[in-house]
Write a protein that binds this ligand. Structure first.
Ligand SMILES: Nc1ncnc2c1ncn2[C@@H]1O[C@H](COP(=O)(O)OP(=O)(O)OP(=O)(O)O)[C@@H](O)[C@H]1O
Length: 339
């Protein structure tokens, strides 16, 4: 049985439509108008115990909303979800003790107090046994190498140190499911790497289930075998990272090294990406690769040739661009039909 089961989950936010101009603003105080933002539009998802799943998607795709729904922070508009057998938005205390939510953009630690004070409060709230608390805290502080920072006010810590402290707070009660929303946002490469290393080690050791959102491909490549791409509130892809290229990339990159002195017209090969004569990189439709290679090798003195997939980041950026253009077109046709 799946540890997380989501069926046709939707969430619409009701937002106040602010009017332009002073008189309209005053009128708006008495006749409020609202519009609906459909943040999540019918998500189905099954996650097995011990999986580390990445949620990838452009800004506003509905990733944070989905994590908030699964953590019971907000109620859905429709649909069902079960996490370890609990309905998240029933907010049962037993459920709270078994999961944690970490949001990279929000602090849960007291800003003016040392982290250890907040941890003691967590111990009380979660009813963690004193010996267990001591052991877990010392294990986590050792792993993240932050023992010396425990008694320093949180506001004095760097962003990376603070994120480590936030992770400790989230893991003190040993949750079985962890929702991580952008845990490395704003961190430099070294701090990002440290957090990745810790998460990989901790997940492998404890076999907990993690859902992670991140805009950093490096986080995702380092941590997750399974990637769920969300765009405009819907799941567009659910599979391996490498499968994204197979599914969404319609092209390959061919690098050609010509013999000195020979300079053919490049447009015949495909879209020229860069030209550093005698080396040229061109993008070619996947289906055309065999023909382009055969013709190029037949008609030109070539010293070297390489065929590669386009970088994953580019494929994902193209996919995000396509889905947002499609959504804009859909929204425009819905608006036109409703006139
Ligand atoms: N509290 C709210 N009230 C109204 N609209 C909201 C609220 N929270 C989110 N939204 C809207 O819902 C949509 C999805 O937002 P969400 O934060 O879930 O996206 P996201 O994929 O996490 O984006 P990002 O990558 O930028 O964090 C957006 O259009 C956003 O403006």
């Amino acid at each position: 049985m799946s540890i997380i089961e989501v069926r046709q989950l939707t969430k619409s936010y009701r937002v106040y439509k602010k009017r332009e101009g002073l008189s309209e603003s005053i009128r708006g105080l008495f006749h409020r108008e609202y519009s609906e933002v459909e943040a999540v539009r019918g998500i189905d998802l099954d996650v097995q115990q011990g999986e580390f799943v990445a949620f990838l998607g452009p800004n506003g795709a509905g990733k944070t909303t989905t994590l908030k729904l699964l953590s019971g922070v907000i109620n859905p508009t429709s649909g069902t979800a079960s996490v370890m057998g609990y309905v998240p938005w029933q907010r049962k205390n037993d459920y709270r003790r078994r999961f944690a939510l970490v949001m990279g953009q929000k602090n849960q630690l007291w800003w003016d107090l040392p982290a250890q004070e907040s941890y003691r409060l967590h111990q009380q709230i979660y009813g963690i046994d004193a010996d267990q608390f001591k052991t877990t805290l010392s294990e986590l502080t050792d792993l993240l190498d932050v023992g010396r920072l425990l008694s320093q006010p949180v506001r004095e810590l760097s962003l990376g140190e603070r994120m480590k402290m936030e992770l400790i707070a989230a893991l003190l009660h040993s949750p079985e499911v962890l929702f991580l929303d952008e845990p490395t946002i704003g961190l430099d490469v070294i701090a990002q790497h440290n957090i990745q290393k810790f998460l990989r080690y901790y997940q492998e050791k404890r076999k907990i289930t993690i859902l992670l959102t991140s805009h950093y491909m490096k986080d995702i490549a380092a941590l997750c075998k399974r990637v769920v791409i969300v765009a405009d509130g819907r799941i567009e892809y659910d599979g391996s990272l490498s499968g994204i290229i197979d599914k969404f990339s319609g092209s390959k990159i061919i690098t050609l090294q010509f013999a000195e002195g020979h300079r053919p017209s490049m447009s015949t090969f495909g879209e020229v990406l860069d030209e550093n004569w005698p080396k040229v990189r061109v993008r070619v439709n996947r289906a055309d690769v065999p023909r382009v290679l055969a013709e190029t090798l037949r008609d030109n003195p070539i010293e070297d040739v390489a065929v590669e997939d386009p970088p994953l980041e580019d494929v994902i950026a193209d996919l995000f661009r396509e889905t947002s253009e499609r959504n804009l077109q859909n929204a425009a046709s819905v608006a036109a039909n409703s006139r």
